[in-house]
Design a protein around this ligand. Structure first.
Ligand SMILES: *Cc1c(COP(=O)(O)O)cnc(C)c1O
Length: 361
């Protein structure tokens, strides 16, 4: 591989499009004649304002974000949103959460500190290997919102059909599937995504929120935790994560160039199919998720034998494939095949795993 790079199957921070990294490299010492690097630049400068404005506009174009939604770039990663969401959106102090894996569990724990949380459906009974039926949930009338994690990064399950919220606001954590396929933004009240999974450098979250959900009566809430603060200041109440916004902006342009989110989805489907077809035909390796709810981005799999799993990890690492160890909470193996992972990388990994299997018959 170019530059001696490895195929990196990390769940996050994760692999980036090479041409984006090359552009960043080329602009490192002197950004377009400004005489400085973007990380040295005042966020109040004209040249930086153009970077953030273009990033927002390109994201709006990509996702078709309606005008009555704000796009916010906030620090604190996706994790801070576990708290900001209930703090800002619980008007009646009540929300419905769907428990589908490690990340929705974390969000539930934080929301419970703020108000009443109703877990209306859960897949805990089968160790989070499927998405529960959410076509007819029991949702109290005064529920402020319904919350889902749309792609569970650790457990590898994804929502192919959104829950029936019965008219309530839907809030979705899209961190590990953001921009992996087209998205109808108006189905949601709020979408958010930590960018280090599928888009850019860690330490920032993109929040897409319907304007009427941004409240101005939360004056007791610390100012930085109010969506209004970030919305009113164009994501520059304080110094934003300038670098992450700059790199994400480049990824948005890259996605537009390759044909947008439908083209990206097509590539992702083909890529994941290579891996799932292998799992389904292998005698040694099995996927852990029911086929209907398998993620296109994070693919957990096992041999059924812990020692053999460890051998596989060492074997693939020696062959130049990094970060295939499953999350410590679930064990086994996991291949994260985000937007920037080329199909070649997945095919090469499959060849390596086939070789391992043949040698260990
Ligand atoms: C990684 C991840 C988070 C946490 O992101 P941070 O930026 O580390 O806070 C939250 N939700 C999902 C689905 C994730 O994959």
């Amino acid at each position: 591989m170019k530059y001696g790079r490895t195929y990196n199957f990390s769940a996050g921070p994760a692999t980036m499009p090479e041409e984006v990294l090359e552009e960043v490299r080329d602009e490192m010492m002197n950004y377009r004649g400004s005489g400085m690097c973007v990380m040295e630049m005042s966020h109040r400068s004209k040249v930086y304002q153009q970077i953030i404005d273009e990033a927002e506009q390109d994201l709006r174009d990509l996702m078709g974000i309606p005008d009555n939604y704000k796009v916010l770039f906030i620090q604190g990663g996706a994790t801070l949103q576990f708290s900001m969401i209930p703090m800002n959106l619980m008007k009646n102090g009540k929300a419905v959460y769907i428990e589908t894996g490690a990340w929705s569990k974390k969000a539930i724990a934080e929301a419970k500190k703020v108000g009443e949380v109703i877990v209306a459906a859960s897949s805990k009974d089968k160790n989070y290997t499927y998405i529960p039926d959410c076509s007819d949930l029991d949702i109290p009338e005064d529920t402020d919102y319904v919350y889902i994690c749309e792609n569970e990064t650790i457990h590898g399950v994804t929502w192919n059909k959104l829950p029936n919220t019965k008219g309530h606001v839907l809030v979705s954590d899209q961190s590990s599937m953001f921009l992996s396929k087209p998205c109808n933004v108006s189905d949601y009240g709020m979408i958010y995504a930590g960018v280090q999974k599928n888009v850019g450098p860690a330490g920032m979250v993109v929040v897409i929120i319907r304007e009427d959900l941004i409240r101005d009566d939360l004056t007791d809430l610390p100012i930085y935790l109010q969506y209004k603060t970030h919305a009113d200041a164009g994501s520059m109440y304080n110094t934003p994560n300038c670098w992450a916004i700059y790199v994400c902006g480049k990824v948005f342009k890259y996605l537009k160039k390759i044909g947008g989110l439908s083209a990206m989805e097509q590539r992702n489907i083909e890529k994941a199919k290579v891996f799932y077809d292998f799992l389904d035909s292998s005698e040694m390796f099995q996927g852990t998720v029911v086929p209907e709810d398998r993620s296109l981005m994070n693919i957990p799999f096992v041999t059924g034998d812990k020692d053999l799993d460890a051998e596989v990890i060492a074997y693939t690492k020696a062959a130049g494939f990094e970060n295939l160890k499953g999350h410590k909470s679930v064990g086994g193996l996991r291949a994260s095949v985000y937007n920037a992972m080329p199909k070649d990388g997945v095919e090469a990994l499959v060849e390596c795993l086939k070789k391992f299997e043949a040698e260990h018959k």
